[in-house]
Design a binder for this molecule. Structure first.
Ligand code: FES
Ligand code: FES
Length: 157
């Protein structure tokens, strides 16, 4: 299989990956960098479990061919906590509000929500629900997730 060398910023560090040219960003994160926070649910852009932030936008990493990541800046759930291990306010709020059950959707939920709060620090409930409309959760019923994002927004004020 033909390989490609791709350099980009990953959670604040400059990295280079040499991977098969057909790989996606999700596969590269999980199998080359061993960052398994982003999950593969559907693999076709429908569930949001693979959501990461690229250049400020939440994207489905399962749909992103790795050559398109050259020169970009990618943030994953592993890049949210402080260097000293202190959780990001969203991570903290999800824990405090029982926004996590099985956890499969959680990384994607938090990354979609982070992209929202970075652009709109004071979102309405509708804003939050619209943002996570592409993130499917089979466990929580969404109420605790919305409350978690609201709590993180309040703490960020
Ligand atoms: S795994 Fe990417 S959207 Fe479902
Ligand atoms: S917590 Fe299980 S899918 Fe959301």
């Amino acid at each position: 299989m033909k390989k490609v060398s791709v350099s980009f910023t990953l959670n604040g560090n400059t990295v280079t990956a040499e991977v098969p040219v057909t790989w996606t960003l999700l596969k590269t994160l999980r199998e080359y960098f061993e960052l398994t926070g982003a999950k593969e649910g559907c693999g076709v852009g429908e569930c949001g479990a693979c959501t990461v932030i690229m250049d400020g936008q939440a994207i489905n990493s399962c749909l992103c061919p790795i050559p398109e990541v050259e020169g970009r800046s990618v943030t994953t759930i592993e890049g949210l906590a402080d260097e000293d291990g202190a959780l990001h306010p969203l991570q903290d709020a999800f824990l405090k509000n029982n926004g996590v059950q099985c956890g499969f959707c959680t990384s994607g939920m938090i990354m979609s929500s982070k992209a929202l709060l970075d652009q709109n620090p004071d979102p309405t409930e509708d804003d939050i629900r619209t943002t996570i409309a592409g993130n499917f959760c089979r466990c929580t019923g969404y109420v605790q997730i919305v409350e978690s994002v609201e709590m993180a927004a309040k703490e960020g004020k």
